[in-house]
Design a protein around this ligand. Structure first.
Ligand code: NAD
Length: 368
């Protein structure tokens, strides 16, 4: 029996609800495929501030470092909004990213066929399907560059600086090429090389590395064109690799064309051998917390990414994703993915707990 240590941070708001759901589903995977998932629940975010006085206790980070992977619900809420910046719950996320060296953010954007009507694009476009992954650089670029205020020739001004080293570009590019190699073997690199020097270096390095991945088809898009092509021909994208800021913006665009925020998982990864962080892209949704209304599928699908990427269990990850598809195909919906057009015939409204029970049951029943 294989044993995996999972650091679990439920966090705030709907965090504990979606994490409980995901543990339930992982337990079904463990039983079905004979794995032992050992969870260690840890404090971070608002609940950690209330309990220990700080958003990310040192003991939480230490335990995460010594685990095989980290599964996180969400942090934050209005009751902590007035605290000073360094004491905000969201500080825990930055502390985890920097403490674990998580430099790559993977965000799949998949339109599940039963949810096609939730896609805001033209039905003919939606019917061709969407299945892409964004690989966003997470710890460099303009979000981390030199910044400030100063006196300029036209008076007071502000500046931010985009800086990328060869090392930073190479490691994120490799992540993109490797991922493309494991999928449909197509990598799109997004930059602004017609204007920015940092983008010209980005493109140079990507082209150079391509020699090591001849089986992967590579193309380049300027970021403004990429934002149009995502709407026009989303089915043609497989893996997209890009910088911190371009990835931040484009991955949200890609997320929206696949329907609800309650469906979207993510993984933040660092060096091989270091634990990655798996979490839904949504926040703590204080407006629906504690009401059994949250869609747990984004966190459950983050769990599937953890099985595949952290534990090397692709069959088990496929089983979770197939179970989700099966439950959606059978018409079960949490409130966020009910058909907004009013044609809700055949759809069955379920809560957080029932949705995870259904997914767990589908895994238990599925073929091994
Ligand atoms: P949010 O994602 O929490 O909620 C936005 C909207 O989406 C709300 O109407 C909410 O009800 C809905 N929603 C979100 N997740 C859902 C789910 N699983 N099922 C059904 N509906 C869902 O964003 P927000 O309201 O801007 O932020 C709330 C708090 O979460 C803030 O304190 C924010 O800082 C924090 N936040 C945390 C993270 C994180 O922990 N990674 C990410 C984003 C926001």
């Amino acid at each position: 029996m294989a044993r995996f240590r999972i650091a679990v941070i439920p966090g705030d708001g709907i965090g504990p609800e979606v994490i409980n759901s995901t543990r339930h589903v992982l337990d079904a995977v463990g039983q079905k495929f004979n794995h032992d998932f050992k969870y260690e629940e840890l404090l971070a975010g608002g609940i950690a501030i209330d309990t220990t006085g700080e958003p990310l206790p040192a003991s939480t980070l230490e335990t995460c470092k010594n685990s095989d992977a980290l599964l996180l619900g969400a942090v934050g809420g209005p009751q902590w909004d007035t605290l000073p910046g360094h004491m905000r719950p969201e500080k825990a996320l930055l502390g985890l990213r920097s403490g674990l060296g998580l430099y790559a953010n993977l965000r799949p954007a998949i339109l599940y066929p039963p949810l096609a009507s939730a896609c805001p694009l033209h039905p003919a476009t939606a019917s061709r399907g969407i299945d892409m992954v964004f690989v966003r650089e997470l710890t460099g670029g303009i979000y981390f560059g030199d910044r400030g205020r100063r006196e300029g020739k036209n008076g007071p001004e502000a500046y931010d600086t985009e800086t990328y080293s060869v090392m930073e570009i190479e490691r994120i590019a490799r992540m993109g090429f490797e991922l493309a190699r494991s999928r449909r073997k197509k990598l799109t690199s997004v930059d602004k090389a017609n204007i920015l020097e940092s983008s010209r270096l980005w493109r140079e390095i990507i082209i150079k590395l391509h020699a090591e991945y001849p089986d992967v088809a590579l193309d380049h898009l300027y970021v403004d064109n990429a934002s149009m092509q995502l709407i026009l021909r989303p089915d043609s994208f497989d893996v997209v690799v890009t910088s911190n800021m371009f990835g931040d913006i484009l991955s949200d665009e890609a997320a929206m064309i696949t329907g609800s925020i309650g469906m979207l998982p993510s993984a933040s990864l660092g060096q091989p051998g270091c634990p990655g962080m798996y979490e839904p892209i949504h926040g703590s949704a204080p407006d629906i917390a504690g009401q059994d209304k949250a869609n747990p599928l984004a966190t459950i699908l983050s769990g599937a990414m953890m099985l595949r990427l952290a534990f090397g269990l692709p069959t088990e990850a496929d089983a979770v994703e197939q179970a989700v598809n099966q439950v959606l195909s059978a018409g079960y919906r949490t409130v966020d993915i009910m058909d907004k057009s009013g044609s809700a015939d055949g759809l069955k409204l379920v809560g957080t707990r029932e949705m995870s029970n259904l997914v767990a049951a589908a895994i238990s029943k599925g073929a091994q």
